[in-house]
Design a protein around this ligand. Structure first.
Ligand code: ADP
Ligand code: MG
Length: 594
C-alpha cells in the first residue's frame, strides 16, 4: 500500500500559516502591507478583543478584479514576483503570496474589493480555506479584509495567545513599525470602538511626534536630524539630544521602508553617544537607511526582522559619523541644560524658567567641527564672556549654564556625607560628586598621556599574571600599543596568560590585574571595531579605578584643589562615561524650597 501522499491544500496552508501568522499582530502586518503595496493613501485598522474576534483592514488602494480576488487566497498567488531573480530586487513588502492563503486557513475571512474602473465590486467569504460565498457587491474603491475568529480551528495557537493587553501591545508595536515609514499615508487604529491612533498624512518628524510625543509638546524639538548620502547607503532620521535620553527609549531602524533590528548598528549609535549619556540612559533614535536591495540579504522569511548588509562595517562607520556630526553640531549650540530630573528634586518653575531661557544671550558663534567630541576637544568658549554681555543679570536664576562659563567660587567648600563637595558659587550652591569629579580630571590627564605616549612605568617587584579568554585576548592584542603607551609592560606568558611586569606610575595603589580587566571590558563594550575609541575607553577605565572613592574624607586643601582642577577642564558637567558630575542649586530654587 502506498503511504506517501500530498497534503490537502488546507492542511498545507495551516502549516504554512504557523510560520507566517503567529498572532493577531502578524496578521495585521500582512494585511496593512498588502494595502500599502496596493498604493493606498488611507488605511483603517479595526480591531476587537485584541484581534481575537475581529481584525479588519480597510484601504483605498487599487483593489482587485473578480478573478484576482478569488486567486488571491491561493497559496503562492502573488502579483508581485514572477521569477526567483525578482526576489533580489524587491521593493514591495509582500512577495511570497502566502499571507492571504495562510490567514484564511486559520480564520473566517471576508473580503470586499473594487478597482476604480469597475462599476461593481466583489465580495468573497472564505472559511478555513474553503470559499463559502462570492458575489458582486456595491463597495467603495479599494479593499476591505475582515479576519474573524482567528485560530478558531487551531486550538493550540489560540492557547498560545497572551492576554488581550499583551496582544494589543503587539498589534500596536507592529503598527508603529509600519506607520513610521509611511508618514504620507493616513492611518486610523480603532480598538473595541475606541480610536487609539488617528494619524493624518504628514512628515516623518511630525508622525513621530504624534505617536510618541504625548504629554510633551516639544518632543520633536528633542530630536536632532541626521542625514548622510554616500554611494553605498543614504541614511537619514532623528536621534535624541544627549540630555533628552531616558531609561526607556524608542529605538527604530528601517531599511528600504521596512523595520529591522540591527544590534551592530545599534552599537554604532551607542558609540557616537559614548561619553555623553548618564549611566543607564539610552538615546532615542529613528534611523532610515536607503540602500540598493542588492546590498542587503533579502528578507526571505516574512517574520524575520534582522537583516544582513553585505558591507556592515562600512555602513557602521557611515552611521557613526552621521550621528557624531549631529551630536557635535548640537554640542556647540548655545546652552547646556541641567537635567532637572536628576538626583535632586526641584519644584518646577516653568514660566520663569522659559523667560530666563529666552532672554539668555546667544553664545559667540563658533566654527562647527563635525568630528566634535566633548571629551577630545580642547576648545573652550571665552572665559570672560560676562563682559561681552554686560547686561546679563548679576544673580540670574540659572538653570542653564553657558558653555565655557566657569562658576565663580565665592566661599570655602564643605564635604557632605563623604561623597559630595558643597561649593558656594556666585551662580548658586554647586554640589559636586567627589568620585566623578576626580575621575573626570584623571581621564583628561590619562588621555593626554596616551595620545602623546608620555606614560611612565613603575616596575613591579613581583610580576602579576592575568588569564584571558580568547575574546579578551583579541581585545588585549588590539589595544596592545596603547597599553604600552600609557605605561603597562605586558608580555605573553603562556597560551592563555599574560604577565604584567610594569604598570602606569599613577596606578601604584591599584590592583593591576583588576584595572587591566576593567580596561578590556570597557573596550569590549564599545566594540572592537571602534578603534578611535580605544584610547578613550582605556582612560575611562583607569580613571574610574583610580578616582577617590566615596567615603573618603577630604581636607579643605584637597577640596579646593579638586574643584579648581575640575572647573579648568574643557568639559566638566559629565564624566566621560556620561554620569553627572555636578549640579547647581540656584538661590532662587533654594528660596522656593525654604
Ligand atoms: P503577497 O502580498 O505576498 O503577494 P498575499 O497573500 O498577501 O501575497 O496577497 C496575494 C495577492 O492579493 C497580492 O499579490 C495582491 O495582488 C492581492 N492583494 C492582497 N491584498 C490586497 C489589497 N489590499 N489590495 C489590492 N490587492 C491585494
Ligand atoms: Mg502580502
Amino acid at each position: 500500500m502506498d503511504i506517501v501522499h500530498l497534503l490537502p491544500d488546507h492542511v498545507a496552508n495551516q502549516i504554512a500559516a504557523g510560520e507566517v501568522i503567529q498572532r493577531p499582530a502578524s496578521c495585521l502586518k500582512e494585511l496593512v502591507e498588502n494595502s500599502l503595496d496596493a498604493e493606498a493613501t488611507s488605511i483603517q485598522v479595526i480591531v476587537r478583543d485584541a484581534g481575537r474576534t475581529l481584525l479588519q483592514v480597510i484601504d483605498n488602494g487599487k483593489g482587485m478584479s473578480q478573478t484576482d480576488a478569488r486567486m488571491a487566497f491561493e497559496r503562492h498567488a502573488t502579483s508581485k514576483i514572477n521569477q526567483v531573480d525578482d526576489l533580489f530586487s524587491l521593493r514591495t513588502m509582500g512577495f511570497r503570496g502566502e499571507a492571504l492563503a495562510s490567514i484564511c486557513a486559520v480564520a473566517q475571512v471576508e473580503m470586499t474589493t473594487r478597482q476604480e474602473e469597475d462599476e461593481v465590486g466583489f465580495r468573497i467569504e472564505v472559511d478555513g480555506s474553503q470559499v463559502v460565498e462570492q458575489e458582486p457587491c456595491a463597495c467603495a474603491k479599494g479593499t476591505s479584509v475582515k479576519v474573524k475568529n482567528l485560530f478558531y480551528n487551531v486550538p493550540v495557537r489560540r492557547k498560545f495567545l497572551k492576554t488581550d493587553q499583551t496582544e494589543l501591545r503587539n498589534l500596536l508595536t507592529e503598527f508603529y513599525h509600519i506607520v513610521l515609514v509611511y508618514p504620507k499615508v493616513q492611518f486610523l487604529f480603532v480598538h473595541n470602538d475606541e480610536i487609539l491612533l488617528d494619524l493624518p498624512a504628514t512628515t516623518e518628524k511630525l508622525r513621530i511626534q504624534t505617536i510618541f510625543g504625548k504629554g510633551s509638546h516639544n518632543y520633536g524639538a528633542q530630536l536632532l536630524d541626521i542625514h548622510t548620502d554616500t554611494e553605498l547607503v543614504s541614511i537619514r532620521g532623528f536621534v535624541s539630544k544627549p540630555e533628552n535620553t531616558a531609561k526607556s527609549s524608542q529605538q527604530y531602524f528601517f531599511v528600504n521602508g521596512r523595520y529591522m533590528r540591527h544590534p551592530y548598528f545599534h552599537k554604532a549609535i551607542m558609540t557616537a553617544y559614548s561619553g555623553m549619556l548618564p549611566g543607564e540612559y539610552n538615546p532615542t533614535y529613528f534611523v532610515y537607511f536607503d540602500i540598493d536591495p542588492q546590498a542587503i540579504d533579502v528578507n526571505i522569511h516574512p517574520t524575520k526582522t534582522e537583516i544582513k548588509f553585505s558591507d556592515e562595517q562600512a555602513v557602521f562607520q557611515i552611521l557613526l559619523a552621521a550621528v557624531r556630526e549631529a551630536l557635535g553640531k548640537f554640542s556647540l549650540a548655545p546652552t547646556i541644560d541641567f537635567d532637572r530630573s536628576g538626583e535632586i528634586e526641584m519644584p518646577t518653575r516653568t514660566s520663569q524658567a522659559s523667560t530666563v531661557g529666552n532672554s539668555f544671550p546667544k553664545a559667540p558663534s563658533i566654527q562647527v567641527d563635525p568630528s566634535y567630541n566633548p571629551f577630545r576637544t580642547r576648545q573652550t568658549a571665552p572665559r570672560n564672556w560676562q563682559t561681552i554681555y554686560p547686561d546679563r543679570p548679576t544673580q540670574p536664576e540659572v538653570e542653564q549654564l553657558q558653555i565655557g562659563t566657569i562658576p565663580t567660587i565665592s566661599a570655602p567648600a564643605y564635604q557632605y556625607d563623604s561623597r559630595y563637595i558643597l561649593q558656594p558659587t556666585e551662580q548658586g550652591l554647586m554640589i559636586i560628586n567627589q568620585h566623578r569629579a576626580h575621575a573626570c580630571i584623571l581621564y583628561h590627564n590619562l588621555l593626554e598621556q596616551l595620545q602623546q605616549h608620555r606614560g611612565t612605568t613603575q616596575q613591579l617587584l613581583f610580576q602579576e599574571v592575568i588569564e584571558l579568554t580568547e575574546a579578551e585576548k583579541t581585545i588585549l592584542e588590539a589595544i596592545w600599543e596603547d597599553l604600552h603607551a600609557i605605561g603597562f609592560v605586558i608580555d605573553q606568558f603562556s597560551k592563555t596568560a599574560y604577565s604584567i611586569s610594569g604598570i602606569p606610575a599613577q596606578l601604584a595603589e591599584n590592583d593591576a590585574v583588576l584595572v587591566l580587566r576593567d580596561i578590556i571590558h570597557n573596550v569590549e563594550q564599545t566594540g572592537i571595531n571602534a578603534a578611535q575609541q580605544w584610547q578613550e575607553q582605556i582612560a575611562v577605565a583607569m580613571a574610574n579605578d583610580m578616582a577617590i572613592p566615596y567615603g573618603k574624607t577630604l581636607t579643605q586643601d584637597e577640596m579646593q584643589d579638586l574643584v579648581q582642577h575640575l572647573l579648568s577642564l574643557p568639559t566638566y558637567m559629565r564624566t566621560p562615561d556620561g554620569k553627572k558630575v555636578l549640579t547647581i542649586l540656584s538661590d532662587g530654587e533654594l528660596r522656593d524650597r525654604i
